[in-house]
Design a protein around this ligand. Structure first.
Ligand SMILES: Nc1ncnc2c1ncn2[C@@H]1O[C@H](COP(=O)(O)OP(=O)(O)O)[C@@H](O)[C@H]1O
Ligand SMILES: [Mg+2]
Length: 844
């Protein structure tokens, strides 16, 4: 095998022979990019050296790194030295850069960057051979050895290539990222530039200028005070002071920056992924000296919105009610499909309350502002609504009231919704027309929105029953040792608790079936004999509970189509980290029995009977609130299945890159494409660019906390802001205020959960911090020490479940997810409704 090779003879696949640096430089040369000429002393040469000198045998036994490096004092055997000398002569001799090029076969290239030596301005054969040996020896620094030990790489197997390259006596040098690492944007390039050779930049000795280029123009630049630069000396390089008058001047002109960025764009296009490039500038010419992929580049994020322009100024926009289930900006398709559905269901409910609808279609809307869902009410419509209220109240509370939420929900709301979902669950999506797929999803989403109006009618009835009991209890029961009222209210089954028990039953089966529990915990394949049984049980669980939504946007997977969060919860259950719900309920039942005995001993029978009647009512109705809420996603698995089938067709037709991108189309685009598909026409040119831009925009918008009410002024705002589900005040300082929804105080590391994709990160003892929680979050409460949310009130899911688990909760803070960082140690005071933030003073 070749012990040296000219750069131009190498390509990106020659990693093991030429190392990452050498292989990519070879690729650049072959593709015609400007690179200083050079050659690579391959990994074969290293192996040849350690074998011929015999140090390969002693190296692994060297007592320490210094001793290992000392072994490289052995001269390079003649034949190899000759090969290197020949290659150097062929390059034309003179000053060169001698650069370590690691293979990183077993390790990510990034971890290796800068670990091995590089020598600039090496001149003449003896110095070259010396420098090469020093590069090889640099595989054996303490740091490199320790790193390999940690990564489990056998040091006896490592090898190193060396790039020898004509030295560029650079006027300036630096780094070019062809995508912006700060915001992930692939259409921005970031240039770091300093005077002199690049060593001072890559070693961090000098703060370089930073220039951001987008659309062939300089978007921004920061010009640094560049105190030093690397210069060539008679025998190498040195760090020298930059004359004071030059320090603050720009290293690159705008035109140069744009030209360099353009070069980078071509390199990135050649490699197919954004690149991290090292460049030099000499005599007005850019030469590239390294290129490698940018590791761990985040997905692109557009700037966060700062203004909230309102489409209409004759009304108000608010985020409450069904919007609480939509904490994130909406996907374009969901926004368009839910808009008429919510607007129509609003009129439906008004008709139920008021008989003739007091407001016209023009008075209400369900829109997005910066992508976030808002109800709109016109001022005129609101006035008419308030004027009609007395009549509405009569209807509501009259003898034939249909505000009686629970029976309405039980007899109409839930069964109607289940029936519609059932119809679409049973269809064979593959045989449907594209427009029918869309129609089905639209109908399901409308049914879900309509169903939510029944949920809203259950909530007050359930709440009233609980409040009635609590009030009576406070009124009638006194004395030392009085059990808390809550003791009587918790421990009842509701849909999320039933889901949790079903999961624990699955965990129990896994534990009792040989080999299953271990495989599930490790994420390994199950024993073949148990595979089908496990899948059957999981499918049963998902069929029963897998529709629970984390977030109402139909773009978000539900457990039925992505069980990953359920499997994470199963792992917790198997690891014994989560509280077993049966054990919890047994304990609660004991507490209740004790409390009951206390009542018998301390409260007279007449008062007790009154209390018991109210309690019976509260225990029967309270859990229905959770049952009602948990069913909101009943139609979602089918809606998602239909939309993804449509997406798959549009992907096969070239409109989309992948089926799931269907959610990033607008309703109109999806409709048009569906019609085209059914008509056998092309579904349109690729929407790839638009979809990527919408995703970036969505990520940018997701960074902000949407105001709960817009415009934040006027009579209505003052009247209603106290009822909003999140604290509307702008908060700063060491504490965060919300609503204390479950008592107690706990301190722990914050776990920021934006959605199901974060569930697996939750650890026992963490404080769960989320925009909202929905019934699908319930298994996480079994691990949590406390709960904090942006949105939620005393009747929200988080509140009810936190009380059930006996952990403190502070809800509706408005800005928990914006102000708390993942891992911050915070203290949640559920009695005071306050969260002590990580950087706050300790008030213990
Ligand atoms: N042929 C060269 N001519 C001039 N400068 C060079 C040359 N090769 C590398 N350099 C400079 O030295 C810096 C570090 O070299 P490199 O071998 O990439 O070390 P590292 O692996 O630590 O990044 C480069 O960023 C570049 O600025
Ligand atoms: Mg480098």
């Amino acid at each position: 095998m070749a012990r040296t090779a000219p750069l131009g003879a190498l390509g990106r696949d020659d990693l093991s022979l030429a190392g990452g640096k050498g292989a990519n430089l070879g690729e650049l040369v072959q593709a015609g990019f400007p690179v200083p000429p050079g050659f690579v002393i391959t990994t074969e040469a290293y192996r040849d050296y350690v074998a011929t000198t015999g140090i390969g045998r002693t190296l692994p036994h060297a007592p320490d790194a210094a001793a290992a490096r000392a072994l490289f004092d052995a001269p390079i055997p003649e034949a190899l030295a000759e090969a290197i000398t020949d290659a150097y002569r062929a390059l034309g001799q003179g000053p060169v850069a001698v650069r370590s090029s690691a293979t990183a076969e077993d390790l990510p290239e990034a971890s290796f960057a800068g670990q091995q030596d590089t020598y600039l301005n090496i001149d003449g054969v003896p110095d070259l051979l010396d420098a090469v040996r020093r590069c090889w020896a640099s595989l054996w620094t303490d740091r490199a050895v320790a790193y390999r030990a940690r990564a489990g790489v056998d040091s006896a197997e490592v090898s190193l290539a060396v790039v020898v390259q004509r030295l560029v006596v650079a006027d300036a040098a630096g780094v070019l990222f062809t995508a912006n690492p700060a915001n992930g944007r692939r259409d921005e390039a970031v240039i770091n530039a300093a005077f002199g050779l690049g060593e001072a930049v890559v070693s961090g000795e000098v703060t370089p200028d930073e220039i951001i280029v987008a659309d062939d123009a300089v978007l921004s630049r920061t010009t640094a005070d560049k105190r030093v630069r690397t210069v060539v000396t008679s025998s190498g390089t040195a760090t020298a002071d930059v004359p004071p008058e030059e320090r603050g001047s720009c290293v690159l002109t705008d035109a140069q920056a744009v030209a360099l960025a353009a070069l980078g764009v071509r390199v990135a296009a050649h490699f197919g992924v954004p690149q991290d490039i090292e460049w030099t500038l000499a005599q007005g010419e850019f030469l590239l000296v390294q290129s490698r992929p940018i590791t761990a580049l985040r997905p692109p994020v557009a700037p966060a919105p700062t203004a909230w322009p309102l489409p209409r100024d004759d009304g108000m926009y608010m985020r409450a009610s069904i919007v609480e289930q939509m904490p994130d900006p909406l996907s374009p398709l969901f926004a368009d499909l839910i808009r008429p559905a919510v607007a129509e269901s609003l009129h439906h409910v008004l008709r139920r309350f008021f008989g003739p609808d007091p407001i016209s279609p023009d008075d209400t809307d369900f829109v997005t502002l910066n992508g976030f869902a808002y109800y709109f009410y016109s001022n005129a419509g609101m006035r008419r609504l308030l004027a009609a209220t007395p009549r509405g109240m009569r209807v509501a509370f009259g003898r034939h009231s249909d505000l009686n939420g629970v029976p309405q929900w039980r007899e109409h709301g839930l069964p109607d919704y289940q029936r519609i979902a059932g119809v679409w669950n049973d269809v064979d999506a593959a045989t449907m027309s594209a427009r029918d797929l869309l129609r089905g999803a639209t109908e399901l989403i409308a049914a879900g929105a309509d169903y939510y109006t029944y949920v809203q009618a259950v909530i007050p009835q359930a709440a009233t029953a609980e409040i009635t009991f609590t009030r009576l209890y406070d009124l009638l029961v006194h004395g030392a040792g009085r059990p808390p009222a809550l003791t009587f209210l918790v421990g009842e089954d509701s849909e999320p608790i039933r889901a949790e028990r079903s999961l624990f039953a699955l965990a129990r089966w896994c534990r009792e079936t040989p080999g299953v529990a271990d495989a599930v915990v490790a994420g390994d394949a199950l024993p073949e004999a148990q595979q089908a049984a496990f899948e059957g049980r999981l499918a049963e669980h998902l069929a029963r509970y897998g529709h629970a939504t984390y977030n109402l946007d139909v773009m978000q997977p539900v457990a039925a189509d992505d069980p990953a969060p359920v499997l994470a919860a199963l792992r917790f259950a198997l690891g014994g980290q989560a509280v077993d719900p049966d054990a919890r309920q047994a304990r609660q039942a004991e507490d209740r029995a004790r409390a009951q005995a206390w009542l018998v001993a301390h409260v007279d029978p007449v008062r007790r009977r009154v209390l018991e009647k109210a309690l019976g009512n509260a225990r029967a109705l309270g859990p229905l609130r959770e049952d009602a809420l948990a069913a909101i996603g009943v139609g979602w698995p089918a809606a998602r299945r239909l939309l993804r089938e449509l997406g798959a067709r549009l992907a096969s037709g070239g409109l989309l890159d992948v089926a799931d991108d269907v959610f990033w189309l607008t309703g109109e685009e999806a409709d048009r494409a569906a019609s085209a598909w059914d008509g056998g026409r092309p579904v349109g040119p690729s929407a790839s660019v638009a979809v990527a831009a919408r995703k970036a925009e969505w990520r940018g918008r997701r960074q902000v906390t949407p105001p709960g009410w817009l415009p934040a002024k006027g009579l209505m705002y003052r009247l209603f802001k106290g009822f909003m589900p999140s604290n509307e005040a702008v908060q700063s300082g060491p504490t965060l205020t919300g609503l204390g929804a479950s008592a107690g105080r706990a301190t722990g590391p914050a776990r920021l959960l934006r959605g199901p994709e974060d569930f697996a990160r939750m650890q026992p003892g963490d404080v769960l911090v989320a925009p909202i929680t929905t019934p699908a979050y319930t298994p996480l409460f079994a691990l949590a020490k406390a709960v904090v949310t942006d949105v939620g009130g005393p009747l929200s899911h988080s509140s009810i479940v936190a009380r059930e688990y006996g952990i403190p909760a502070v809800l509706g803070t408005g800005s928990a997810t914006a102000r708390i960082h993942d891992g911050d140690v915070i203290t949640v005071d559920g009695d005071a409704g306050r969260v002590l933030l990580a950087d706050g003073p300790d008030t213990e």
